[in-house]
Design a binder for this molecule. Structure first.
Ligand SMILES: [Zn+2]
Length: 481
């Protein structure tokens, strides 16, 4: 009985207290409602995510970046348009009302998906969709700038070791030494027994890792020369801990991967200058020594090369598309086809002409002949005769072919630089090398002329990557790798 009465007392007190609390709350709430503008009645306080100002930011740039108006941005932050911004200031972003945390921007890396981004940042997928106005997975293409939200009390995350075939998420989480249930929740999994080998999972860490890959044995994949343009060269570099056979396909281009030693494989590709601008899937496949294959797709944007359109050309119809020309084209196609495994160049290339700025026709310009609607494009860079007539090897290589008196190309040289990369020199007056010669960068190889189908002395300089003519200026302006 004694116990019961104590129990009764203990249960009664809180009830009385809670009734009192409820009355107090109602009273405060009534007073608040009376004081607030009608628009806020019944609404919870609106949250705004914050952007941390970095050096160089301006209010109008921040408004533009987050699709807000300058007036809204000033109003919500109690600023005027003359307010000074200091790096480290935090600005509420009105266009993303309802979201929380700190906003950062980053570029979509290979292997990223909405799920992996959400797991790493601990932001809700719906919030990422809203912040980035995503309507389709293809909008998460490699290299795209995206807005991420980070809640301040969430841990930094790094990728967990990828699941091996047949391994459960629970097994992998135990091996990682962390709490399985915490990891299950952080990775938004309903059941730790379920987990996919190709999925990317994260664990808390002292350093944040942007690595989104989940391919056993593969440490890193880099896609170089983003954003990709029509007529441009790209390089895919794969680093792996164990032997792996790599295959890739982008817009029908299949780079040949060459083992560079030290667990690194490189594959070069050339995008046709007439490829339609748009988003293309890059498909990659990795086969390990046990024969297990991992595959993933990631979107890549191919942007406009902004090529000029030349005046329609009128030429002797008998000189276009002749059997001689077709045979010549086939012969040159064959010469530049093999992928030799030794990279013979290093770093940036030299200009092959004495005056690198004497460009008389750019790569990629669109051409039509004799009012034929078929579109052609200029497959090389035309360097005029301005300061001198010398033609130099722009990089190390081996002479793969010398071709005197060609119908279109005149006197021509082809140099193999390795890994599927070739250069061709056309319309020369003299050829100063022989097949099989190993050339040094800057070595004199020929003299500018106007042989073959040419209207005046110039060097047509062409770079081929796996047989596709690519923009030579890329190779003169940046180093691969
Ligand atoms: Zn040309």
């Amino acid at each position: 009985m004694v116990n019961l009465s104590i129990d009764m007392t203990d249960y009664t007190k809180p009830k009385t207290l809670s009734r009192l609390c409820l009355l107090a709350t109602l009273l405060v709430a009534t007073l608040l409602f009376a004081a607030l503008p009608t628009g806020f009645v019944g609404a919870q306080a609106t949250t705004y995510p914050e952007y941390v100002v970095v050096p160089g930011d301006t209010l109008s740039w921040i408004a533009l970046r987050f699709d807000s108006t300058l007036d809204d941005l000033l109003a919500i932050n109690g600023l005027t348009d003359t307010s000074m911004l200091r790096p480290g200031d935090r600005l509420k972003i009105p266009s993303l009302a309802g979201l929380q945390g700190i906003l950062t921007t980053e570029y979509v890396a290979l292997g990223s998906s909405l799920t992996s981004l959400s797991r790493r940042s601990q932001a809700e997928p719906a919030d990422l969709i809203r912040a980035n106005k995503l309507t389709s997975p293809s909008e998460l293409f490699i290299g795209r700038e995206i807005i991420m939200t980070h809640l301040e009390d969430t841990p930094m995350m790094t990728t967990m070791a990828s699941l091996k075939t047949g391994q459960s998420f629970m097994e992998a989480s135990i091996l990682s030494g962390q709490n399985t249930w915490t990891l299950t929740e952080l990775n938004r999994l309903k059941n730790p027994l379920r987990g996919l080998p190709m999925d990317t999972y994260y664990e808390p860490s002292d350093v944040e890792s942007p690595n989104n890959l989940a391919i056993p044995g593969v440490k890193e994949i880099l896609v170089d020369n983003l954003p990709l343009l029509q007529g441009d060269t790209f390089l895919i570099e794969v680093s792996s801990d164990e032997p792996v056979i790599v295959a890739a396909d982008l817009a029908g281009i299949q780079p040949v991967f060459v083992d560079m030693g030290g667990g690194v494989q490189m594959g070069y590709g050339g995008i046709n200058a007439l490829t339609d601008v748009g988003v293309y899937p890059l498909t990659m496949e990795f086969t390990n020594s046990e024969g297990a294959t991992y595959r993933f797709d990631q979107y890549v944007m191919i942007s406009s090369g902004n090529f000029a359109t030349d005046q329609p050309l009128q030429v002797d119809p008998a000189s276009v598309g002749t059997d001689d020309e077709k045979a010549e084209n086939a012969k040159f196609k064959e010469v530049v086809a093999p992928v030799t495994p030794l990279q013979q160049w290093s770093g940036l290339w030299y200009s092959p002409a004495q005056d690198a700025d004497c460009i008389i026709s750019s790569f990629g310009s669109r051409r039509t002949y004799n009012n034929d609607p078929s579109l052609y494009y200029h497959t090389g860079l035309d360097l005029g005769y301005c300061q001198g007539v010398d033609v130099y090897a722009p990089a190390g290589g081996t002479v793969a072919g010398v071709f005197p008196d060609q119908v279109v190309r005149g006197n021509a040289i082809v140099i193999d630089h390795g890994l599927g990369v070739y250069t061709t020199y056309m319309h020369l007056s003299q050829i100063l090398v022989a097949v099989g010669d190993v050339v040094r960068p800057g070595q004199l190889i020929g003299i500018i002329g106007t042989t073959g189908r040419s209207t005046g002395p110039h060097l047509h300089f062409e770079v081929n990557v796996h047989g596709t003519p690519v923009n030579p200026l890329t190779w003169l302006r940046r180093a691969f790798p």
